[in-house]
Design a binder for this molecule. Sequence first.
Ligand code: MG
Length: 388
Amino acid sequence: LKNISILGSTGSVGTQALEVIQANPSLYKVVALTAQSNCELLISQALKFTPELVVICDESKYAAVKEGLSGTSIKVLAGEDALCEAASVSSCEMVLTAIMGSVGLRPTIAAIKAGKDIALANKETLVVAGELITALAKEHGVKIVPVDSEHSAIFQCLVGEEQNPIEKIYLTASGGPFRGKNTAFLSSVTKEAALKHPNWVMGAKITIDSASLMNKGLEVIEAKWLFDLTIDQIDVIVHPQSIIHSIVQFNDGSMKAQMGLPDMKLPVHYALAYPQRVESKFPRFNFMDYPELTFAKPDLDTFRNLNLAYRALEQGGNMPCIINAANEVVVNAFLAGRIGFLEMSDVIERCMEDMEFIASPRLNNYLETDQHTRIFAGELVTKHFLSI
Ligand code: MG
C-alpha cells in the first residue's frame, strides 16, 4: 500500500488520480488532499477517501470544510502555507503535485526535504526553479516521476537506458485548436475557441497554454531539468493525433517512442505505480482508428511563445521564472476577456525585457521575481485595458 498526498485534488489531474486510486484500493491510500477553493468537491472527496489531512487554500472556505467534515477525525487546515504540511505528512510516501502555477514551488520543496517521492504534474515548479529542485531532489535521494504526458513518455523510454547517452529528444505537440491558423485569425479568437482542445481534456490554464504553444515552451524547460539536457538536445515536433507522446534518440541513431491514447490517466497511473506497471481497464489503442500518424514543424512566427520560452531557457537565471509568472497573469487576463490572444505574447516579451535579470538566483530571488513580475504584468494588462 502506497500512501499518497494529492495537492490539487479537485483539478483535472487530481480527480483523475483519485479515479485511478479508487480503482486500485489495495495499492494506494490517500493521506492528504488539498484544493484551492472548490470546497464542495473537496469535502465529498475527503468523506470518500478519509485522508488524515485536508487543506483548503481559500481561507474564507475553512468554516465550510470544517463543518462538512465534522464528526470525522480528518484534520482541516486553511491557507497556502498549509500546502507544505500536506506535502510532508509523516505517513506519506509520494506527493502528487497537481496544483497549477508557481504556488507549487514551496510545497514541492517541503515534500523533497521530507524525503517524499514526487509525482510531478505541476510543471511550473520546474520551469521556475528547475536547477534548485533537481539539486535538492538529488541531495535528499528523492525520485521525481513526471506526470506530464510528454515527460512521462521520455521517462518510460529511458527505463533500462541509465548508462546510455541521449542524443536528443523530440517533444510532441498536438498544435492545439489553432494549428495552421495565421496571425490575423488569432487576433480575434475567443476564449471559448481556445478552450476547445482537440485531443486532451485538461484544466483551463493548461488548455490556453496549449493553444498558444506556451505549454510546449514550458515543457521544453521542464525537460531540460528532468533529463539534464542542453537546449539543442530538445526539439519540438507537431503531431496532431497525440498518439506518440514523445521520442528519445540515442547516440547510435536508434529512437524509442512511447505511444498510447491521449488520456491523462495513463501517465498518472504510471507515476503512481512506478517502478511497477499495474493492469488497467483503460480503452486500448486501435490502429485502424489512426491509419495515419503525421508530423510537422511548429509555426514559430505565428506562435511566438515557444520562441520566447527557448530564449528564456537560453538566458537562464530567473528568466524562465519571469516568463512563467507573466504567462500566469496573461492567461488569467485572457480568460477574463481583458486582453486578446496575441497580446499575451506581447506582455510576456515586455516582462522579459523590463524585469531585473538575476544570473544565479536563490530561492528568495525566485519568489521575489515571481511576485514582481506578476505586479508588472498586471499593470501592463491594466494599461492596455484602459487604452482601448
Ligand atoms: Mg504535456
